[in-house]
Design a protein around this ligand. Structure first.
Ligand SMILES: Cc1cc2nc3c(=O)[nH]c(=O)nc-3n(C[C@H](O)[C@H](O)[C@H](O)COP(=O)(O)OP(=O)(O)OC[C@H]3O[C@@H](n4cnc5c(N)ncnc54)[C@H](O)[C@@H]3O)c2cc1C
Length: 474
């Protein structure tokens, strides 16, 4: 049963400050900060589509599960909201503090604890970044394939069930979690499972905590699966006269079950921006372009490339370039890698970025991208389209100034509603945070939200864990 407004009553600012003093006293002087700059950095994000005026009253920096539990016990007693914070790359106001409270920054919990190479899994703390993780385990010939924003860390990646370019081959974060250690809002510590690669034992609590955006508990440890580094890699770039043709070709590749490591779509705007900014050593055609990655054995990669080439020809591709040499592959993939940064480099000093994503069934994605591009014409907005098209997931990135905010909101609103009308989702990978709560309600309806509220209410009856995200308590 979800609590009512009477039961959810947060501490006053003075009471929150007393709780912070208690945390300082309990876990140590230098584990708490009330410096303005640090507090602001934990309640505001330049990546976020939404920012609010209120900030946390303090930031706490625990070093162990035990300390996280102590913090939670104190916050629970004083009714202080807790907002988990890892790499801070989420984009929908996920770690903002609409009710004040404390930001729990895991930066001191950034260690790889155990590597079980033979079992192909690893135990990590929440502030390990996926990029560092891959550097640290290179020698094992294994890697962790989930690749969201470059600064993302495991705690936040679990929080948003993130994915990235590799998802078409390897799935999303939820597929790589073996078990989690979680501290609940009253300080209780639980471990969801042991360490087998699969289990049917009881409710799937991993699935409950993954994608809960820190609203159910604080993840303090995770056991993750690893994949073997493929023997052979390849990169291909295919250009098309229209974005619709590019999108149709990409979805055809998936429908024909050709094994690809990634398939990404970049529109003409983005390709032209990359040229304009001189972001790569190549000059690109400035037209809609698909970027493919291939990985596997030599034979399987050769076979996949051949199939993709034939499908590209059938869909009227203008050009097909392929590289197997690792250095040349990097050059060919460089435009995909530099895309967002090139776009951001064009931002004026007072400009903002709005990066939003939706996902639809494969058969509808070409139409959705095409219609969304049409909607943008004549609006005078600077927008590009980039997508993990193999999963029916794409992003619009809009660079704008304050005076155009309403136009941008209208444009995003239209794109999300189109996606929902196509039986899609308001977010394929970024999550709900504050920014997409209304869309979630439209997407799933009120009954599933009531079920989510009841689950949260039973684990967090005082509604202290990252309140105001995903859905409200009433
Ligand atoms: C340049 C850029 C590119 C991006 N590309 C992609 C992409 O391709 N694919 C994609 O999926 N996303 C992408 N993102 C979004 C972002 O990287 C992901 O959402 C990522 O999973 C967030 O991880 P984080 O560590 O930064 O989390 P944070 O922003 O710190 O937190 C995210 C959420 O998880 C919660 N949380 C954090 N730590 C914990 C914890 N220990 N326990 C419980 N809850 C916790 C937070 O409260 C918050 O609700 C991109 C972002 C940027 C800026």
């Amino acid at each position: 049963m979800a609590p009512n407004a009477e039961q959810v009553k947060y501490a006053t600012r003075a009471e929150m400050e007393r709780a912070v003093e208690m945390i300082r006293h309990t876990i140590g002087e230098d584990t708490v900060s009330i410096e303005d700059e640090i507090i602001r950095a934990h309640g505001y994000s330049e990546w976020s589509t939404i920012n609010i005026d209120r900030l946390p009253v303090a930031v706490v920096f625990p070093s162990s599960t035990e300390q996280v539990s102590q913090i939670a016990k104190i916050c629970h007693e004083y009714r202080v909201p807790m907002i988990p914070y890892s790499g801070a790359s989420s984009v929908e106001g996920h770690f903002s503090a609409p009710f004040g409270g404390v930001s729990v920054d895991f930066c001191n919990m950034n260690k790889v604890l155990e590597v079980y190479a033979e079992d192909m899994n690893i135990v990590v703390q929440p502030s390990v970044s996926w990029m560092d993780l891959n550097d640290q385990i290179k020698h094992t010939n294994l890697f962790f394939p989930i690749d969201p924003g470059p600064s993302a860390q495991i705690g936040g990646m679990i929080g948003t069930n993130c994915s990235g370019t590799n998802a078409v081959r390897y799935g999303t974060m939820k597929d790589w979690v073996v078990n989690l250690t979680v501290v609940l809002s009253d300080g209780t510590v639980l471990k969801t499972r042991r360490r087998p690669r699969k289990s049917s034992a009881g409710y799937n609590l991993n699935a409950l905590f993954v994608d809960s955006e820190g609203t159910l508990g604080l993840v303090t440890e995770a056991t993750l699966k690893l994949a073997t580094i493929p023997e052979e890699n390849g990169v291909a770039v295919v250009t098309f006269p229209t974005i619709k043709k590019a999108a149709s070709m990409a979805t055809d590749v998936i429908r024909k079950s050709v094994t690809v490591g990634a398939v990404e779509i970049l529109d003409d705007v983005l390709m032209s921006v990359i040229n304009k900014m001189g972001a790569t050593s190549r000059k690109w055609a400035g037209v809609p372009t698909l970027f493919f990655k291939f990985s596997g054995t030599k034979a399987s990669v050769a076979d996949s490339i051949q199939q993709v080439k034939q499908i590209a020809e059938r869909h009227g591709a203008d050009d097909f370039q392929y590289e197997s040499d690792p250095i040349k592959q990097k050059a060919l993939w460089s435009a995909r890698k530099e895309a967002l940064w090139s776009m951001l480099a064009l931002r004026e000093s007072d400009g903002h970025v709005w990066s939003t994503d939706v996902a639809v069934p494969l058969s509808r994605v070409a139409e959705l991208i095409d219609q969304s591009k049409e909607d943008l014409q004549g609006l005078g907005l600077f927008v590009s389209v980039l997508g993990h098209i193999g999963d029916g997931n794409f992003h619009e990135t809009i660079i704008f100034e304050d005076m155009d905010r309403q136009k941008v909101e209208d444009c995003v609103h239209k794109m999300v509603h189109r996606a929902l009308d196509m039986n899609g989702t308001c977010t394929g990978e970024h999550g709900i945070g504050i920014g997409k709560k209304d869309y979630l309600l439209k997407e799933v309806g009120s009954v599933p939200i009531e079920v989510m509220r009841a689950i949260k209410g039973s684990l967090d009856p005082k509604w202290l864990m990252n309140p105001g995200k995903i859905f409200d308590f009433a």
